[in-house]
Structure formats: structure tokens, C-alpha cells
Design a protein around this ligand. Structure first.
Ligand SMILES: NC(=O)c1ccc[n+]([C@@H]2O[C@H](COP(=O)([O-])OP(=O)(O)OC[C@H]3O[C@@H](n4cnc5c(N)ncnc54)[C@H](O)[C@@H]3O)[C@@H](O)[C@H]2O)c1
Length: 426
């Protein structure tokens, strides 16, 4: 009898061990995934723009093609989905994929409303014994994320008291674009609008370069959540990774005057989080569009950092951007004797690559850094902040039930309404 080594047949690259991936959104951000998914079987492609679909098909000629993601997800051999569509369809594609038992890589943000984030998270938790998920905050692979987490958890700034993150991207828009011309033949505009309320076609929504076109539509409430879901997803991740938080008990926010069509440019939001075993209760804040936290020390000019986070503790503070950090012990007692750097063996390991972590998890232990629970809690919090902004009041939140307990108007804003024919949790 011939006995073959186990790894030859069933190794990571064996044909039998490749994922069968559907890529939904095959241009722009979709292209950033070509390399990682190109080592797997890409069996289905979907894009509402047939020219973009052709772009994907050139790279993956063996894949079947679709313009409607609902039909795409009916293809029987799929077992993993990468979704790079516009934000207002993320939660839809995510839920449909999870409900069919597929692994899921979902571009950020995970949803456009508190309800959307909660439903995706719930579907993930129901299926987490068999699927791996990753939400597309790929900067998380920078080693700085681990170093910041270690410094905060190991007590380099004493006991953590508050954390804030900020971003300075500013994209003011006057309102939805006016009707202009007919959608080109290759664009299935009604499918692009999808579940959102209808807005007439204007080429301006599609005038951005690859991977940047999201900036043409993400400031509008029906298509995105502005900088909250855009750079907010990435930058709050620096903070989120170090605080082991779930959901807040309150949210308050202020910023530009409310506009019914466009999300605010300038905004600050504050959240109270309960204590956990490692730390007392903390306040978490997000600032954007020119709103900035005050620097705890005149030696540090936070406005020099476009996208960053500030951790304040009882013995000093830590300032971080995506790739570097500054530790600042503060006060007479800040002699650092209270801080014991961890042993070399306990230093958090480097990630193999953000997309690769997901692919490996799909084939292995299903564990990823930014799964739909971690990222879902983060974006639910941020989207709750937008609700507080809209009602202009501090609101109390019951995270277990997903309810605003002291404000009926805010409660109604936790969810979006959809056009007939579109099912969020299908
Ligand atoms: N992780 C990151 O760093 C990063 C960077 C850029 C964009 N993004 C995210 O990726 C997503 C796409 O951004 P983009 O700039 O590529 O936008 P985009 O408008 O160019 O859309 C990308 C592709 O998806 C297609 N598409 C849109 N809606 C679709 C639908 N319902 N069904 C099928 N295809 C659809 C578009 O035709 C396009 O080809 C956004 O959600 C954005 O937040 C993430």
C-alpha cells in the first residue's frame, strides 16, 4: 500500500483546499483583493456596471458573471464572498452571504444603520462555528496596532480613563445631485440604488477614480455615513483594538447643523462604556472634519496628525497614528516604575496580511482580527453617535436589546427604510 504524506494532498494550496469565492463589486476597491483571492478559485463575479464586470472578468475569465448580487449568491458552488459594493448594500450582501453559510470579507463599514450592524453581527454569531468573517479595515495589520494595545493593557499610561480618535477628511456636499441625463447602457442604475430611496441619476456619483469613487456618494445619508463609516472605520480601529469594549451605555454628539440629505462634515461624538476586568469605565470619542480633541500637553500638536488616536490614563498619555506612536508619561508620579514591559515571548505576533488572515481562517480556525462582532460593535457605536447627533441630545442605550431607552425619536432612527423588493436579512 502506498501512503502519501498528508500535507501533499490537503496542504494549503491543494486544489481541494481552495475557497470558491464570489467577488461582488469588481472594480475600484474590488481590485485591491485581486491578488489575495487570485490564489483561490474565483467562481463568480458581480457588478452593476457591466464595464466594471468585464474588468473583473478579464482577470478571472473562468468566473460566472452577474449584475444582481441576489442572483449571484444563488450560485451553488460558492463558499466565500468578498463584498466591495457601495456602503448602502454592505449589510444586505453580508446577511445574505452569512445566511447561506458563506465565509465573508465585507468592506467597511459593516452597515449604514445601527440595525444593519446588529443584524449582520447576529447572523455572524449564529454561524461563527462554521464561517470566518473580516471587515475591511486592513490597516489593522500594521504592527503599531499591537504595540499600542500592549502599552495600554500593560499600564504604560496607568489606568485608562478616556480614548479618542479623529480624522480630518472634509468633503462638503450641498445635497443630492440633480437629475442629469440617462444612466449609460452598461450601468444598472436601479440595482445600484438597490434598497435605498430612489434618487435620480447623475454622472457625478460615478466620477471618481478606482478605489476613490466612494467619496462621490458616501456623504449622502441614503448611500453612506460620511466620515463615520469611511475613515472613521479605520481610525477608530486604532482605539478599539486597545480597549476591549462592546457597546456603550450612552451617546451624545454635536457638529454642523443637521442637513436631511448630507451627513455632517464637522462632528464630535462621545460615548460612555462600562468597566471591564482590565479597566474602569471609560469615555470614548470621535472627532472629524475640523473638530479636534484638546491636546493634553502643549508639547504635542494633535492637529499635525491627520488621522490619529489619543489614550489618556492616570499616569500619562499615548498618541498614535496608523503606523507610529508617542508615549508621554505625565505628572510627578509618572516615573514608569509601575509599568513592566511584557516579555519578548508575550509580544503580540505580526499578522500575515489582513486578507490572508481571513483566507487562512476560512480554511482553519475561523479566527480573524476584525470579525463581524469586533467590527460590528465598533460601527454600531459610531452609527449610534450619528443618531445622537440627529436628535441633538444625549441618549441612553441598552446595547443588549439594541434600544434607545429615553428618546422615542432616536429609537426610530436606529433603522433605515427600504424600497419594496429588498430584504435586509434574506
Ligand atoms: N478598506 C479600504 O481602505 C477601502 C478603500 C476604498 C473603498 N473602500 C470601501 O469599498 C467600497 C467600494 O468603494 P469604491 O471606491 O470602490 O466604490 P465604487 O463606487 O467604485 O464601487 C466599487 C464597485 O462596486 C460596484 N457596485 C456598487 N454597488 C454595487 C451593487 N449593489 N452590486 C454590485 N456591484 C456594485 C461598482 O459598480 C464598482 O465597480 C466602499 O464601501 C468603501 O467604503 C474601502
Amino acid at each position: 500500500m502506498l501512503i502519501l504524506p498528508h500535507t501533499r494532498l490537503f496542504g494549503a494550496d491543494a486544489p481541494s483546499n481552495k475557497l470558491n469565492i464570489a467577488l461582488i463589486g469588481t472594480w475600484g476597491r474590488g481590485e485591491a483583493h485581486f491578488g489575495a483571492i487570485g490564489r483561490e478559485n474565483v467562481v463568480a463575479l458581480c457588478d452593476v456596471n457591466e464595464e466594471h464586470l468585464a474588468f473583473g472578468a478579464k482577470r478571472f475569465p473562468q468566473a460566472k458573471t452577474y449584475v444582481d448580487w441576489r442572483q449571484c449568491l444563488d450560485q451553488k458552488d460558492i463558499n466565500a464572498v468578498v463584498c466591495c459594493t457601495a456602503d448602502h448594500t454592505h449589510a444586505f450582501v453580508g446577511n445574505w452571504a452569512l445566511n447561506r453559510g458563506h465565509h465573508l470579507y465585507l468592506e467597511k463599514p459593516m452597515g449604514n444603520s445601527v440595525e444593519e450592524a446588529r443584524v449582520v453581527r447576529a447572523n455572524y454569531l449564529k454561524n461563527k462555528h462554521k464561517v470566518a468573517t473580516q471587515v475591511g479595515t486592513q490597516r489593522h495589520e500594521f504592527e503599531n496596532f499591537n504595540r499600542v494595545r500592549e502599552l495600554v493593557l500593560d499600564g504604560a499610561i496607568g489606568e485608562l480613563e478616556s480614548v479618542c480618535a479623529w480624522g480630518n477628511r472634509q468633503i462638503p456636499r450641498p445635497g443630492y445631485l440633480p437629475a442629469e441625463g440617462e444612466p449609460p447602457k452598461h450601468l444598472h442604475y436601479d440595482l445600484w440604488i438597490g434598497p435605498s430611496p430612489f434618487h435620480p441619476y447623475n454622472p457625478g456619483y460615478f466620477s471618481g477614480g478606482p478605489g476613490m469613487n466612494c467619496l462621490q456618494w458616501n456623504m449622502y445619508w441614503d448611500f453612506g455615513s460620511g466620515q463615520v463609516g469611511d475613515m472613521g472605520s479605520h481610525t477608530m480601529d486604532i482605539a478599539w483594538n486597545a480597549i476591549d469594549a462592546a457597546l456603550p451605555t450612552s451617546a451624545e454628539a454635536k457638529g454642523d447643523p443637521f442637513h436631511p440629505e448630507v451627513t455632517p462634515v464637522r462632528l464630535e461624538m462621545h460615548f460612555d462604556f462600562p468597566a471591564n476586568q482590565a479597566r474602569p469605565p471609560i469615555r470614548v470619542s470621535w472627532y472629524q472634519g475640523g473638530a479636534m480633541p484638546e491636546s493634553p500637553n502643549r508639547c504635542i500638536d494633535l492637529t499635525k496628525i491627520d488621522h490619529g488616536a489619543l489614550f489618556e490614563g492616570s499616569k500619562g498619555f499615548l498618541v498614535s497614528d496608523f503606523t507610529s506612536r508617542v508615549l508621554y508619561p505625565g505628572g510627578d508620579k509618572a516615573d514608569l516604575t509601575y509599568y513592566k514591559p511584557r516579555a519578548k515571548e508575550a509580544v503580540l505576533p505580526k499578522m500575515r496580511g489582513f486578507q490572508q488572515e481571513w483566507i487562512d481562517a476560512c480554511k482553519g480556525n475561523l479566527k480573524t482580527s476584525c470579525d463581524c462582532e469586533y467590527s460590528g460593535n465598533m460601527i454600531e457605536t459610531m452609527l449610534l453617535g450619528l443618531v445622537a447627533y440627529r436628535v441633538g441630545k444625549k441618549i441612553a442605550y441598552d446595547g443588549a436589546a439594541g434600544r434607545v431607552t429615553d428618546h422615542p425619536d432616536a429609537e426610530a432612527l436606529l433603522r433605515r427604510t427600504y424600497r419594496p423588493g429588498w430584504t435586509l436579512n434574506g
